[in-house]
Design a protein around this ligand. Structure first.
Ligand SMILES: [Zn+2]
Ligand SMILES: [Zn+2]
Length: 106
């Protein structure tokens, strides 16, 4: 990956990337995209667009997710396995908060 920085894996919170963006894919999922500010790896985060009051069972974080909370966590998921990552998962461990856009009532 051009420009990728092979930093050692470390889980920590960082500021959101400058190019953070989102779109809806063909299936209607909200997909956040951005370049990890730590390792410069490209990251995509598909979110299930939940209706107010519903919480998907498989929500990957939080047990008592506040249905009104619009902030989610986006982990770096660049396809590179970083050094010192015992589980050999993708990403460098950096994560940043993203704000889920509110669907406008039509
Ligand atoms: Zn990376
Ligand atoms: Zn990263």
């Amino acid at each position: 990956m051009p420009g990728h920085d092979d930093v050692p894996y470390k889980e920590h919170k960082v500021d959101p990337p400058n190019d953070l963006d989102w779109h809806r894919d063909d299936a209607g999922f909200l997909v956040f995209t951005g370049t990890c500010p730590v390792c410069q790896g490209w990251t995509e985060l598909p979110l299930i667009d939940i209706a107010p009051g519903t919480i998907p069972k498989a929500w990957p974080w939080g047990k008592k997710e506040d249905a009104t909370a619009r902030e989610r966590r986006m982990d770096c998921e660049c396809p590179i396995t970083h050094p010192q990552n015992a589980d050999e998962l993708p990403g460098c461990g950096a994560w940043w908060p993203v704000t889920v856009p509110v669907r406008k009532a039509s």
